[in-house]
Design a protein. Structure first.
Length: 179
């Protein structure tokens, strides 16, 4: 049986892995250099872990992480300002911070709808999606592996895409979100 600390670590890692792309995307939209974004992401992740006891279970982990990253980005921007490397005015940057945060919330809802819809796919479709988009296997290799023509694999991917899109529209409308 794991200790409370082990359980806490596992819970953090589960939430972090589930939302890391959203959090990283937020940083990338506001930080012009990928290397700086990577550094901020690592620093922010450390802060998230240190403050994880302040996270309220059942609330939006991605939104909580984005708030932490927001402060890291503001610190980064202040350091740039001291070295005279700021590219846009503070008021515009503040607007961008708010806008990106709002867009991030919408994206999180869409990602959650996509995840829900993916669970409804049959096993073959799930396997093809995983091969193509998680493992980044080419259509040619998938066709070879499944003993199908490339054209047929493209057709299957199109059918999966259509099914996911219909499901996402339905799911988003059920939640009162614009499609």
């Amino acid at each position: 049986m794991g200790t409370d600390k082990d359980n806490r670590t596992i819970e953090f890692l589960k939430l972090f892995v589930r939302h890391e792309q959203e959090i990283y995307a937020y940083i990338l939209t506001l930080v012009p250099h990928v290397h700086d974004a990577d550094d901020l992401f690592q620093e922010g992740m450390t802060v998230m872990w240190q403050k994880f006891d302040q996270f309220q279970p059942g609330t939006n982990f991605a939104a909580w992480g984005v708030q932490i990253m927001r402060y890291k980005i503001l610190d980064y921007r202040r350091n740039l300002a001291r070295s005279k490397q700021v590219l846009i005015e503070d008021s515009l940057f503040e607007f961008l911070l708010d806008y990106v945060s709002t867009a991030q919330d919408d994206l999180a809802v869409r990602i959650e709808a996509l995840r829900k819809c993916q669970t409804l796919l049959n096993d073959r479709s799930k396997r093809i999606i995983k091969m193509r988009f998680e493992r980044n296997i080419t259509v040619e290799k998938i066709a070879e592996y499944l003993n199908l023509s490339r054209r047929h694999v493209y057709h299957i991917l199109g059918q999966i895409n259509s099914a996911l899109l219909r499901c996402m529209r339905r799911t988003l409308l059920e939640r009162g979100r614009a499609v």
